[in-house]
Design a protein around this ligand. Structure first.
Ligand SMILES: [Zn+2]
Ligand SMILES: [Zn+2]
Length: 259
């Protein structure tokens, strides 16, 4: 399938511009939806689950939206690169029934595992003092997070994050639906983790499955304490490497106990 003609400059420009708009709109719509739901419509029901007691700084929303806008451009350029690789036949993305459905499911979990592993170690590296101020500090300017923080990164950090999906699709066979699902999971998980309101149910931190999934309490502790809770989607690297916050379970219980 030919999405764009890479020999035609106008085609490339239009496609890149459209993708920039789509990626930015995706951020605005998803973050906006979570903001309106939990900070406006259901504020009364959820406010006792707000994690940070500090106030956000003046103009923080707009700074986060600005950095997220730049991230959207970088993610869109990575998307153009991905399409170019795909059309040239370098990726392992398939659209037909080359493999059965369970291969797609395993592929998706493998992709999530690779992404988690890449991000956990990248994240720890970005917290090294001489690296931190150049690459990761912009994201941590948000001590108190909100849905708008989800893609607020310095462009260098955005580039390091944007290369992972094109690399994954070069390595493992993924159905096009699994690629789209991966991008959706990435967006929703980033928004939930920066919500600063715990939306997962009571006892989730001890549930056989829930204890492996990162949510707002887990990631808000990272923004408050810096040197713990480095994970992206899952808690396993933090548990294995003993970098999970010792306060996490108690704080989760405190925020989710019925009031
Ligand atoms: Zn964060
Ligand atoms: Zn960090």
């Amino acid at each position: 399938m030919q999405l764009i003609d890479f020999s035609n400059t106008t085609d490339i420009l239009y496609f890149t511009l459209s993708l920039c708009i789509i990626v930015f709109l995706r951020y605005v719509l998803v973050s906006g939806l979570f903001y309106v739901l939990f900070y406006v419509f259901f504020r009364k029901q959820y406010w006792h689950r707000k994690i940070s007691t500090k106030l956000r700084t003046p103009g923080q929303h707009w700074r986060e939206i600005k950095w997220s806008g730049i991230t959207a451009i970088i993610f869109a350029l990575s998307g153009v690169g991905l399409v170019a690789l795909w059309q040239a036949g370098y990726t392992q993305i398939y659209m037909d029934d080359t493999y059965s459905w369970w291969v797609s499911i395993i592929g998706l979990f493998l992709a999530l595992f690779i992404h988690e592993t890449y991000y956990y170690w990248l994240h720890r590296w970005m917290h090294r003092p001489n690296i931190y101020r150049w690459i990761h500090k912009i994201h941590h300017d948000s001590i108190v997070t909100s849905p708008w923080t989800s893609f607020s990164f310095h462009p260098l950090e955005s580039i390091l994050q944007a290369i992972v999906v094109p690399i994954i699709v070069l390595l493992i066979p993924l159905h096009i639906g699994a690629v789209l699902l991966l991008l959706i999971i990435m967006t929703i998980s980033a928004t939930i983790n920066h919500l600063d309101i715990e939306i997962y149910p009571q006892h989730f931190e001890r549930h056989w499955l829930g204890k492996w999934i990162i949510g707002a309490t887990h990631h808000s502790l990272h923004h408050a304490k810096f040197m713990e809770n480095y994970g992206l989607y899952f808690t396993f690297w933090d548990k294995w490497m003993e970098t999970e916050s010792p306060e996490f379970e108690a704080l989760f219980r405190e925020k989710t106990e019925s009031s």
